[in-house]
Ligand binder design. Structure first.
Ligand SMILES: Nc1ncnc2c1ncn2[C@@H]1O[C@H](COP(=O)(O)OP(=O)(O)OP(=O)(O)O)[C@@H](O)[C@H]1O
Ligand SMILES: [Mg+2]
Length: 273
């Protein structure tokens, strides 16, 4: 996707032969430190996030998962006193640089929170609000994006006959899928999910999990979860955080069947956290 994140003055073309082909990466985090005032909440972590994969972030309360996730689209900037050092490289740019257009960045790296937070508007307007703000006025195009986003968020069939009804008339699970549709409408490349189904009933949770697995075809997904079964069901890679450190990061199956670090094993088997 061509981005307006930063003016690009040079265009680099990389030709890669088939034998050199590697699974593509979407983000490279180098020595990321995040502070609240003087207090360091993320202690210089490095990791590579794969494209079109689901990456789960697990670890006990307060270990820095949300702080890390919010740093990836600069949402953490909105917290007074918060600051970050190091690099998060996305499309060749360090998105922590001062000259990054954070509004454009947050369209490409969208975020969905624990508690569904639709606007107090109709289902249709929840999707079109930001699009109109971005200058899209044509009704037929807006209709098309609304339908496409709701279909991708597996909500279309449930709401297609009531698009003018308030988003608050939806169930919690439907509201969360609407928030995912709202993010999808901005045509992101990365979707960050912070405990997206922990406030939902088991059936809504299962629908969100099915949706996450489907979405990775088109997006790179990072999900924070306290639910070990959820991490093992939906993710390809799992990162285990503890006290601001990245303790272990590997294929999900490896983490859950044969972790390399004792602390990981103790956490996933429920011995602490
Ligand atoms: N707005 C804030 N102001 C100051 N300190 C904060 C703020 N948000 C988080 N912290 C601190 O940063 C550390 C990491 O918190 P964070 O919310 O990232 O953890 P978490 O792993 O997401 O926890 P949980 O699983 O409970 O959501 C904690 O010590 C927390 O107290
Ligand atoms: Mg959190």
């Amino acid at each position: 996707m061509v981005t307006a994140i930063k003016e690009r003055t040079t265009v680099e073309v990389t030709v890669q032969s088939k034998s050199e082909f590697q699974p593509e990466n979407i983000l490279t985090v180098n020595n990321l430190e995040v502070f609240y005032g003087e207090k360091r909440a993320v202690n210089g972590i490095s990791m590579i996030v794969e494209k079109n994969a689901v990456t789960a972030l697990i670890g006990p309360s307060g270990c820095g998962k949300s702080t890390f996730l919010r740093s990836i689209n600069r949402m953490n900037d909105l917290i007074p006193g918060a600051s970050a050092k190091g690099e998060i490289v996305y499309e060749g740019l360090n998105i922590l640089s001062d000259d990054i257009n954070v509004v454009a960045l947050r369209k490409e790296i969208g975020m969905v929170f624990q508690k569904p937070n639709p606007f107090p508007k109709s289902i249709y307007e929840n999707i079109t609000h930001a699009l109109k703000f971005a200058g899209i006025k044509k009704k037929s195009l807006l209709d098309e994006i609304v339908e496409e986003s709701l279909k991708k968020a597996a909500l279309w069939d449930e709401v297609k006959d009531r698009l003018d009804k308030s988003a608050y008339s939806l169930s919690g699970g439907q509201q969360q899928r609407l928030c995912i549709a709202r993010t999808i409408a901005m045509k992101p490349t990365v979707i960050l999910l912070d405990e997206p189904s922990s406030a939902l009933d088991p059936i809504s949770n299962a629908k969100i999990e099915d949706l996450i697995v489907k979405l990775k075809k088109d997006y790179s997904i990072m999900i924070v979860t306290h639910n070990m079964q959820q991490a093992s069901r939906v993710s390809d890679k799992t990162a285990f955080f503890l006290s601001g450190d990245l303790i272990e990061y590997d294929h999900t199956e490896k983490i859950f069947t044969n972790p390399s670090v004792k602390k990981t094993e103790e956490y996933i088997s429920g011995r602490f956290g």
